[in-house]
Design a protein around this ligand. Structure first.
Ligand code: RM4
Ligand code: MN
Ligand code: MN
Length: 399
């Protein structure tokens, strides 16, 4: 087993931590709720300015969240016209715009679907929103468009699944054609909700097909919360790595469905297993530089800032634990089918307490050793609650 005190291991750890960045979502700072109700938080961000302020603060505390994902309707309601304001906020708060998330699920006309709606007019309108989102991405210099759709149906026989595939193929190809060379289209999948009979992009196979159909700049986006309970997500990741179709992740945790709980709160081992597949593929020469790590959570009960900082730290820890697997040795044990030794080697890395070495890395990089404690000491949340409290009834996000 590796000893964290070894300087060689410390080198591995620092290298891994230096390489790791994770994007935070603007909507993770906003008031959200369930379909039964919302409990607003006084410190929640209700404007794009406040979201950038919060994102900037998380980046100051953790040093690894240089970009913030934006949701077009919630953050840039006027489309490209809002870009100058966003650029100003980037400068002011020291974080850049990250992935651009089109919103094809809130307009009344999308009741029966957006890009898959039987009405050609509504499909055209949805495509227009895709193209606007791509233009926003270009204007902001952000790389990824990450598409999640609510499209689907609730009752058997009420829609033609195959017609809708064709419409989707056409729309994604048309979107892809509009992208600049550096841009990417990430296609997210989800098995159910809000559609409860069929969802148009329900799993990674469908996403992968659509991405391939759209063109060479499209990839699959894996949201860890968007799987059935027993699904082996790391195997999906291994397949996507093998076929060079892995574009990125939306990280969160789940117990039952799309719960959007904080990463690693239910099953940290699963995230470790996913990261192991990525490290292993990197060792084998499959490029991983193009994998976008993003958080997609809505913190209904926890404090927004605390939940975000906690999540970022958890992601770093799990990424590092997986980096510590002695993969050379593991390959030998796999080859000789030494099952128990292989498993113990693998799990040994998972059980290693990496928190001291992560702290040491933070200090070496001029960051607070314990970002959660630093957040508490800074009084940022109390100040935000005081300043924003009276306005917090305005809910600027979904659910
Ligand atoms: C969806 C999906 C999308 C996210 C929205 C808010 O379930 O995960 O990625 O943008 O929620
Ligand atoms: Mn998502
Ligand atoms: Mn989701």
């Amino acid at each position: 087993m590796m000893k964290l005190s070894d300087s060689a291991v410390q080198d591995v750890a620092f290298k891994a931590l230096d390489a790791f960045k994770i994007e935070i979502p603007s909507w993770g700072f906003a008031n959200t709720g369930t379909r039964f109700g919302k409990f607003v938080q006084a410190a929640a961000a209700t404007t794009i300015e406040e979201k950038f302020a919060d994102a900037g603060e998380v980046n100051k505390l953790t040093g690894v969240t240089p970009t913030v994902a934006l949701h077009v309707l919630w953050d840039l309601p006027n489309g490209v016209k809002d870009v100058p304001e966003v650029k100003g906020l980037e400068k002011r708060f020291g974080v850049k715009s990250g992935s651009i998330n089109p919103n094809l699920f809130q307009d009344q006309e999308y009741k029966y679907g957006s890009l898959c709606n039987p009405s050609a007019d509504i499909r055209a309108h949805a495509l227009e929103h895709m193209l606007d989102s791509i233009e926003i991405g270009k204007a902001l210099g952000s790389r990824d468009i990450s598409l999640w759709m609510a499209d689907g149906s609730n009752y058997p026989g009420t829609q033609s699944m195959r017609k809708r595939i064709t419409w989707l193929e056409e729309a994604l190809k048309a979107s892809h054609d509009q992208m600049a060379p550096g841009q990417r289209l990430l296609v997210e999948y989800k098995p159910f909700e809000p559609a409860f009979y069929h969802t148009d992009i329900a799993d990674w196979g469908m996403s992968s097909h659509l991405a391939k159909f759209a063109g060479p700049q499209a990839r699959v986006l894996v949201d860890t919360g968007h799987h059935y309970s027993a699904q082996n997500i790391e195997q999906i990741v291994a397949w996507l790595l093998h076929t060079n179709m892995l574009g990125g992740f939306h990280f969160n945790d789940r117990r039952y469905a799309d719960d959007d709980l904080t990463l690693g709160s239910i099953d940290p081992y699963q995230i470790f297993r996913i990261f192991h597949e990525i490290h292993a593929a990197t060792d084998d020469g499959l490029g991983s530089g193009e994998i976008a790590y993003m958080i997609d959570q809505s913190h209904n009960l926890k404090g927004k800032m605390e939940a975000m900082v906690q999540t970022v730290a958890t992601a770093q820890e799990l990424y590092l634990k997986a980096a510590l697997v002695d993969r050379k040795k593991l390959a030998g044990l796999q080859h000789s089918c030494d099952l128990v030794d292989a498993e113990e080697l693998y799990r040994g890395a998972f059980w290693t307490d990496v928190r001291p070495v992560v702290s040491a890395w933070r200090v070496a990089r001029g960051l607070p050793a314990d970002p959660l404690a630093a957040l508490k000491e800074s009084g940022y949340v109390e100040r935000a609650a005081k300043e924003r409290g009276s306005r917090s009834m305005a809910v600027s996000s979904y659910a």
